[in-house]
Write a protein that binds this ligand. Sequence first.
Ligand SMILES: Cc1cn([C@H]2C[C@H](O)[C@@H](COP(=O)(O)OP(=O)(O)OP(=O)(O)O)O2)c(=O)[nH]c1=O
Length: 194
Amino acid sequence: MENKLILASSSPRRQALLRLAQLSYHIRIPDLDESIVTGNNPIEKVSELAKMKNKKISLDNEKEVILAADTVVSYNQTIFEKPSNKTEAKDMIRSLSGHTHHVYTGVYIRNSAHERAFVECTEVSFWELSDEEIDRYVTTKEPYDKAGGYGIQSLGAMFVKEMVGDYYNVVGLPISRVVRELRSFSIFPEFDSI
Ligand SMILES: Cc1cn([C@H]2C[C@H](O)[C@@H](COP(=O)(O)OP(=O)(O)OP(=O)(O)O)O2)c(=O)[nH]c1=O
């Protein structure tokens, strides 16, 4: 029996990125109140949450490999998670306007024998945005299921002036590094065997 990758996430983007890398996976969604992890250190926060999401899923046998992740936006000593309403979304995007922020994704991988954890950081600079632009954006569905209140993979792309680091890390999973780490768990993308 081959090793089996379990994605501990409800995020459609994380699923899409595993498919992009030609990885087969199963989904098990962790039930976790993310607000229990407090504090203003983004690296600690994403590490802790990725680990907690991962450990919420039990390993049924030694072939299973569980992957979990957490993404936050950090600007000026403040962590931005998913905005819960229009006002919060507007405030977040207004603070990011004309500035450079960091997007952190913590990844935690484990099987019955070992575990690997890492944090990837991408630097994103926004253009100066007008109030009208921000108002229009928050009337779309885009901000509400995304850290920082924007989606770089869709309309939020219009805000981005410059980026340093892995684009896919901003979307929720630094897929090229994940693929490399998964090889040590004997999980391989289909293209490895071509
Ligand atoms: C900044 C940014 C974040 N995001 C997303 C990635 C993450 O899915 C989300 C941050 O929330 P997370 O809590 O990391 O993930 P999630 O709630 O979507 O899924 P789960 O906890 O079940 O794994 O924000 C984008 O899709 N685009 C972006 O540009």
